[in-house]
Each structure stands twice: as C-alpha cells, then as structure tokens.
Design a binder for this molecule. Sequence first.
Ligand SMILES: Cc1cc2nc3c(=O)[nH]c(=O)nc-3n(C[C@H](O)[C@H](O)[C@H](O)COP(=O)(O)O)c2cc1C
Length: 186
Amino acid sequence: MTNNIRILAFAGSLRKDSYNKALIKAAAGLSREGVTIEIFDIEGIPLYNQDLEKDAPAKVKAFKESIRSADALLIAIPEYNRSLPGVLKNAIDWASRPYGDNSFDDKPVATFGATGGSIGTAVAQYHFREIASFLNMHPLEKPQMFVTDAHKKIENGTVVDEETKKRIAEMVDALVKWTKRINSSE
Ligand SMILES: Cc1cc2nc3c(=O)[nH]c(=O)nc-3n(C[C@H](O)[C@H](O)[C@H](O)COP(=O)(O)O)c2cc1C
C-alpha cells in the first residue's frame, strides 16, 4: 500500500437517480488528503455464466482489476426483498471467480445503503456480511449507516441532507483508518 489510500466505490443499482449511487457520488466528492475515491458503475456486467469465467467479459475483467488495485472498497447496498439486489450479487459472484482468483480477498470494505423505507437496508447489509466473510473481506463494523426515508434526503441523484453528508464523511474517514489498521497488522 502506498501513502495514498485508493478506495473503489460502487453501488448495487442500475437506476439513473439511484439513492445508492447518490451515496457513493457524495463520498467520491469529498476532499481528503491522501485519499482517492474512484467509482465503478456495474451497469453492463452480464449475467454470470461459469462457462465464461476463465476468459471473463471485458467489463468483468475491468471490475476485477479495479477491485484488485484498490486498497479498500465502499459499497452502497440497496435492499431488495430483505437481501442484496440481484445485479449486485451477480457482480460480486463474477469478481469472486474463478475459484482461487477471488479479487475481494483480504480487502477492507465499508457498506452503507439508502431506501425510501424505514429499515435503511440494514437486513441487506447484514446479509452482505455473510458473503464478505466467505470471500475473506474485512468489513468495517462502525459506523453503521442505514439511510431511511431517502426521498427526503436525496433529490435527483444527489444527497441534499446535511446530516447524511456528514455521516458519509465519517464513514469514509473510518474506512481509511480501518484500511491503515488492517495493513499495519501484516
Ligand atoms: C424488487 C424490489 C424489492 C424491494 N425490497 C425492499 C426491501 O426489502 N427493503 C427496502 O427497504 N426497500 C425495498 N425496496 C425499495 C428499494 O429500497 C428502492 O427501490 C430503492 O430506491 C432502491 O435503491 P436505488 O434507489 O439505489 O435503486 C425494493 C424495491 C424493489 C424494486
């Protein structure tokens, strides 16, 4: 790891005005000395097919390379039926394969999520932790960030609520600290 911490951020939504894309956009817009946040758009990742995993589609290769070259990951997780949206699980499945070539291995990761509902994607984020455990990621435990009533805090794909912006900044700062801690314990 260099002195500069590179964070790869992605959201599990393809929706143009996605609340979760808005969260990562706000994170990427923060100015932090020695921290770079790059956004990867998972749009265009095809449905997983094990026949193709040894010579994966170009978009999948790009996703895996972006994950590998990042020091940490920041994932905005929408909640669909109390779990991850299929598009996100599909992207994760691709990047975890083929067996022995899991690009998530040993990566510090922070999650947050937004919904118009009242649970704030907590169930989906906890479900993600099971996947993260299997893939040997290192999830940041605190702060947790479950954005409820997102329609009141995010407008046209942009976070407008000051408290939410503050919590995003705290999340990024905590992820940077966590990443340094993980890497110093090698
Ligand atoms: C198939 C489907 C299932 C959903 N299930 C949940 C759910 O379990 N919990 C929840 O809080 N919101 C649920 N929602 C509402 C989503 O949180 C909402 O569509 C949100 O805008 C998705 O995130 P995005 O704006 O980033 O695309 C669901 C939406 C869809 C389309």
